[in-house]
Design a protein around this ligand. Structure first.
Ligand SMILES: [Zn+2]
Ligand SMILES: [Zn+2]
Length: 353
């Protein structure tokens, strides 16, 4: 039985927190459920799931569709694209059967790589390894989610780059259908010598489009520009949480003499994290600093309901707060006093997004 190995390599950085992650988890379930109804896909497709944030890990080894269970996705800090590429190449070496004179190997593997940010690690070594030993025998389809994905880096890995805007209404449904149809088509065409290399479903331009490779922008290791994320701990439960602000651009304010663009970061929500978050985040990495002056709105603590989530202790960490008065820092265990009317803006460490 020749298998069609399909690797889903998913960016689970902090910008995925909240509804994006839930939608992605659901999407994997829907894709697998739909593929199971296609006899050819059911027979040939084997699916693996790899996640990456500050580190990369395999969540599901290549698995036949009837036995596949969609994994819960973690959230971590960073976009270690280099580590993710190294891992998927290791997994191809470990799990994909190569044909020789005595046996037929698996079909040509397909990697779907989803990312929404700029790499926070060095991708050069992984790229060289990819280009010299994998590019010619593995199909890579890269999906750049949102406008801050680094298409210039992706363009050095593959010609198949798509852009996907998760903010478009109904976009995820369009995206799930496109991916499912693409995998179905690939399973139906394995072994067809006229099929050429990879076949992908027609795109629905509302949400997903073929990208024209952009190679003009210099890759930078900065944090994502489209959101600001911060990690705090609940004073009452000691559980970690993530506060997320997304960038908005409003109509410019015009005066007689000049036009002032209106932009900044607006609260999206606060989400509970598990300690697993710290495993998926590279230690010592930070996404730079943000000033509370650029942040609009607030979210209550998702663990205990305290109204303040970005109170900063002397140790530099954030905790939740009911209001002014005595507090206990769940990070450094110091007793801290917060004064009322603390309207002063301050600088905080951002996550890497
Ligand atoms: Zn709390
Ligand atoms: Zn502290």
């Amino acid at each position: 039985m020749r298998r069609l190995p399909v690797f889903l390599v998913l960016d689970v950085s902090e910008s995925m927190a909240g509804t994006n992650r839930e939608q992605l988890e659901e999407a994997i379930g829907t894709i697998v459920a739909t593929l199971r109804t296609n006899a050819q896909a059911l027979d040939t497709v084997y699916l693996s799931v790899i996640a990456f944030a500050g580190i990369a890990r395999t969540l599901v080894d290549l698995c036949e569709l009837p036995a596949f269970r969609a994994p819960p996705l973690p959230i971590g800090g960073g976009t270690a694209l280099g580590a993710a590429l190294e891992l998927v190449m290791d997994e191809i070496d470990r799990q994909v059967v190569r044909g020789d004179s005595t046996r037929k190997g698996d079909w040509r593997p397909i990697v779907y790589l989803f990312t929404d940010g700029k790499p926070t690690d060095d991708v050069n070594a992984a790229r060289e390894r990819w280009q010299s030993r994998y590019l010619s025998r593995v199909d890579l389809v890269a999906v750049a989610m949102g406008e801050y994905a680094d298409q210039a880096v992706l363009a050095t890995l593959t010609n198949h780059i798509f852009t996907f805007d998760p903010k478009v209404t109904g976009g995820f449904e369009v995206f799930v259908r496109w991916l499912t149809e693409s995998v179905s088509m690939q399973s139906e065409r394995v072994g067809d010598p006229d099929a050429g290399r990879i076949s992908l479903a027609k795109v629905d331009n509302r949400a997903i489009a073929l990208a024209r490779p952009r190679t003009d922008e210099a890759p930078s290791a900065d944090a994502d520009a489209d959101c600001v994320v911060m990690v705090g701990r609940c004073q009452n439960t000691a559980r970690p949480y993530l506060v997320k602000y997304d960038r908005y651009q409003g109509d410019a304010v015009s005066t007689e003499f000049l036009e002032i663009p209106v932009e900044g970061y607006r609260i999206t929500g606060a989400y509970p994290l598990t300690e697993e978050y710290f495993d998926w985040t590279r230690q010592g990495a930070s996404g730079g600093e943000a000033s509370t002056a650029d942040l609009e709105g607030a979210a209550a603590c998702p663990c205990c309901g305290n109204p303040i989530t970005i109170a900063q202790c002397r140790c530099g960490h954030l905790l939740c707060l009911a209001g002014p008065g005595e507090a206990h820092c769940p990070w450094c265990h110091a007793d801290v006093h917060f004064q009322g009317g603390g309207e002063d803006d301050f600088t905080i460490q951002r996550g890497q997004g």
